[in-house]
Design a binder for this molecule. Structure first.
Ligand SMILES: [Zn+2]
Length: 318
């Protein structure tokens, strides 16, 4: 029995090393892939400029660009997915640590959007939402309320087992503008983080302040503790709109590349959200969106900024 334990420990260590090397390799390769793509794009655009006298050649080149780039983007996204799955916790790129994100603008030709669900886990509706997301193969980010997670621990586990991202939305959901007592702030965030870890084994560094209020001390505490404070760019208004059609229309009309959509799976009856969700997903897919989690969205933005920095550095050297 003892020997078996030792063997299994060794196996685990080996698996950890392999997993870590895998992550390392992907992390090392990813900038190269993007860099190579940047080179390809620069070459192509140079060609287009030199062909200004021949419009037909331009059309040909443009067709080539549009057929090459989305394919490359898909590869990049697959790499991102692998990267996320290889990491033990939901790693957020360093530059977003202690920052607030709301509007992410992307150059990426492949449009991406992040669906986020707040205030759960909730009886029935969270699981219905998980089923819909699975049906359409969409990954999302769930900002859970600690006391709700405590009540529905099994649903919390299901969120993570389905490869969605779980994030912190305080213990009691204090949605107030005025200052909150320091001890309470600490406990709202830490107690929830601890429970998320106990139930799912995930260390989240993503925090969303209830009501999006940034001045009551919660967001500052989160940032001081290296969390990324995540707001939203598209409010579905599902917390007061009761019609699934209205919610769908709001999301589809306000969608944008790099967008963060605010929806609710808990905190009250959310049947209208469950009803709206398939149409939201279908509508966004028709607009050519791919769905990403918040860590993926931040990683894509991080790589774009990295790419810009490389170009700037190259420019300085020349
Ligand atoms: Zn909330």
């Amino acid at each position: 029995m003892e020997n078996f334990d030792v063997l299994s420990k060794q196996g685990k260590t080996l698996a950890t090393i392999i997993a870590a090397s895998g992550s390392f390799l992907i992390a090392m390769l990813l900038p190269d892939i993007i860099w190579a793509k940047q080179q390809a794009r620069t070459t192509i655009s140079t060609k287009v400029t030199t062909n200004t006298l021949n419009p037909r050649a331009n059309t040909q080149e443009n067709t080539q660009i549009s057929s090459i780039i989305p394919k490359n983007m898909n590869t990049t996204r697959q790499k991102l997915r692998e990267l996320e799955l290889e990491t033990v916790d939901f790693t957020i790129p360093k530059r977003f640590e202690g920052k607030t994100v709301q509007k992410i603008t992307l150059q990426n030709r492949q449009k991406v959007i992040a669906l986020t669900f707040d205030d759960g886990p909730w009886n029935k509706t969270t699981e219905q939402i998980l089923d819909i997301l699975e049906k359409y193969n969409v990954k999302a980010t769930f900002f859970v309320v600690g006391q709700h997670l405590n009540k529905h621990q099994e649903i919390g586990k299901k969120i993570v087992e389905a490869d969605h991202v779980i994030a912190n939305h305080t213990w009691n959901h204090p949605a107030q503008k005025s200052k909150i007592n320091e001890n309470r702030i600490k406990s709202e965030i830490e107690r929830t983080a601890k429970l998320i870890y106990e139930i799912t084994g995930k260390n989240t560094k993503l925090f969303r302040p209830p009501g999006g209020f940034l001045d009551n001390g919660l967001a500052n505490y989160a940032k001081e503790n290296k969390h990324t404070v995540v707001l939203w760019s598209t409010d579905s208004k599902d917390w007061y709109e009761r019609s699934a059609q209205e919610i769908t229309k709001k999301v589809l009309n306000k969608s944008r590349n790099g967008g963060i959509v605010l929806l609710h799976d808990g905190g009250g009856p959310r049947d209208h959200v469950v009803k709206a969700l398939p149409n939201i997903i279908i509508g966004l897919k028709q607009q050519d969106y791919e769905f990403v989690t918040i860590p993926e969205l931040l990683t894509i933005k991080d790589r774009e900024l990295y790419q810009e920095e490389l170009v700037k550095q190259q420019g300085k050297k020349q």
